[in-house]
Design a protein around this ligand. Structure first.
Ligand code: GAR
Length: 194
């Protein structure tokens, strides 16, 4: 299964996919391209280190470049991609997104990165977590593939909560890619059954 990974920042989740491929936890999977909207994204450096093709997009060419490359792969993974995809690029069950909260809580436009963790802490919630879901035209609202919780402790900061969430998101991202590669799942409405 060929992947394209879209990432805007650090790329720790991209690194988790690379490591899982190299250690054969993910089998029959290759990353064909890493695409970023941010020239400073450390994710691009990580990709280059492993000889993966990197592509930088801008506002004006994003639609065309993404359209072209989505056609060349089996699965699109949004791993910390901070732009919202144009709806015409969204193909059913072909794009997955990683989100740093327990959706449908703390999702939607403007909810990304540390903003999510800040909102969780301000809400007083005692748990947070991460979600991997299929992308649909409604932002952060597609069928959920996998979630995992972390506790929110009284003295957590957005940064400390982010660190905890990072650990679980890497795990559920890899497991979700495995489920899709094996193909033994079905989608019924909002539910992904496997
Ligand atoms: C991750 O925590 C991911 O869940 C979040 O960005 C971070 C990227 O980390 N994604 C979103 O907020 C999308 N709405 P990384 O660059 O180290 O993988």
């Amino acid at each position: 299964m060929k992947l394209v990974v879209l990432a805007s920042g650090e790329g720790t989740n991209l690194q988790a996919i690379i490591d899982a491929i190299n250690s054969k936890i993910l089998e029959n999977i290759s990353i064909e391209y890493v695409i970023s909207d941010n020239p400073e994204a450390y994710a691009l450096k990580r990709a280059k280190k492993y000889g993966i093709n990197t592509i930088l997009i801008s506002k004006s060419n994003m639609r065309e470049i993404l359209y072209r490359h989505f056609k060349l792969v089996d699965l699109v993974v949004l791993a910390g991609f901070m732009k919202i995809l144009p709806p015409e690029l969204i193909e059913d069950n072909k794009i997955i997104n990683l989100h740093p909260s327990l959706l449908p809580l703390f999702g939607g436009k403007g909810m990304f990165g540390l903003r999510v963790h800040r909102a969780v802490i301000e809400s007083g919630m005692k748990v947070s977590g991460a979600t991997v879901h299929f992308v649909t035209a409604d932002v952060d609202a597609g069928p959920i593939i996998m979630q995992e919780c972390v506790p929110v402790d009284p003295y957590d900061t957005p940064e400390s909560l982010q660190e905890k969430v990072h650990k679980v998101e890497q795990r559920i991202l890899i497991k979700s890619i495995q489920i899709i590669e094996r193909g033994n799942y079905k989608i019924e409405g909002k539910k992904v059954i496997y």
